[in-house]
Design a protein around this ligand. Structure first.
Ligand code: SF4
Length: 317
């Protein structure tokens, strides 16, 4: 279990991440996953860590600051696999005013325990990348016991019962689900989902191209917006929410925090500066030290230079 950040999120502002599932333990093996191939493809939930130890670590992170916009259950696996998820959300809500956000691939929502936990999250952010079983299998490479129709039914049922904010995410992959017919199939399902907003995403961060997941172009994002309707918003840049100078904070071990961030997701230099309140020069020095220690690498892409961790081990120096 790992607490990371706060880190900037393109969708939710400054996010304190709570990672409650071991690295790449997931019911899916999405071709666009930033963390590479799934290590453990599973659908059985487990108590990977106790609620008490998770809460103790979150309390410590909140005390160190800066204050997050959201406390996010997500990270390097599917949080729905955590067997005490509902109880954990209850406890997290007691810790601060920051809403608890559950980012989920939604495929475990047919499970009543997962559905009940999802209803407790202040913000529910499920994914839907496909409008039919074949595309679901091609993009998300699911556990063989998952049933697409049951997942869609549960997604519709749970979102319509959810009392808070629901943010659906749709990931469009070039030449797989970015044609008009595929988007219209997704839209037909999305119309039955109760959601406040639909984030239209496309995989711009490495190492996605290595797995055949290429970003669609801007015209396609615009087409998707027109099909998915007024709630749909293409997301392409980090949304910076209401941070104030009073929230500026120096971490005690900045090198370690930067590497923890890069283990979660590839970041640009600007991402790192924003999430850790660093000057560009300070961030560059840290990146150089981590690169010299062979802990991170730089990927040069059309979207810019992204830094990412080279290993799964969180031990630093
Ligand atoms: S659901 Fe998320 S963690 Fe799981 S494979 Fe897909 S992108 Fe990766």
């Amino acid at each position: 279990m790992r607490i990371y950040g706060p880190v900037p999120s393109r969708r939710f502002g400054l996010s304190l991440g709570v990672d409650i599932v071991p690295h790449k333990t997931c019911p899916l093996d999405c071709i666009y996953c930033q963390l590479g191939e799934t290590d453990c493809l599973q659908i059985e939930s487990e108590e990977f860590y106790t609620v008490e130890e998770i809460i103790a670590d979150v309390k410590e992170a909140l005390a160190e600051g800066p204050a997050p916009d959201v406390i996010t259950l997500a990270g390097s696996g599917e949080p729905g696999l955590y067997s005490r998820l509902g109880e954990l959300i209850d406890e997290l809500k007691k810790l601060s005013d920051a809403p608890v956000l559950l980012i989920t691939n939604a495929v475990l929502l047919p499970n009543p325990d997962m559905a009940a936990a999802a209803l407790k999250a202040d913000i529910l952010a499920p994914s839907l990348d496909a409008g039919d079983k074949e595309t679901f299998e091609r993009i998300n490479k699911p556990h063989p016991d998952l049933n697409f129709d049951k997942i869609v039914d549960a997604l519709i049922r749970v979102t319509n019962a959810h009392p808070g904010e629901v943010r659906l995410e749709v990931m469009l992959i070039k030449d797989i689900n970015d044609d008009r017919e595929s988007i219209e199939k997704i839209a037909a399902i999305a119309r039955q989902i109760k959601c406040d907003r639909i984030d239209i995403n496309t995989p711009v961060r490495p190492p996605v191209p290595e797995r055949g997941a290429l970003p669609c172009d801007e015209d396609t994002l615009a087409l998707a917006k027109s099909i998915l309707g007024p709630k749909a918003v293409p997301i392409a840049t980090f949304e910076k929410r209401h941070r104030t100078p009073a929230q500026k904070h120096e971490f005690n071990d900045v090198d370690k925090n930067v590497r923890e961030t890069l283990m979660r997701r590839p970041c640009t230099l600007k991402d790192i500066c924003d999430s850790h309140n660093l000057s560009e020069a300070h961030a560059q020095n840290i990146l150089k030290r981590l690169k010299d220690a062979d802990m991170i690498q730089a990927d040069f892409t059309e979207q810019g230079t992204f830094y990412r961790s080279k290993g799964k081990n969180s031990t630093l120096l």
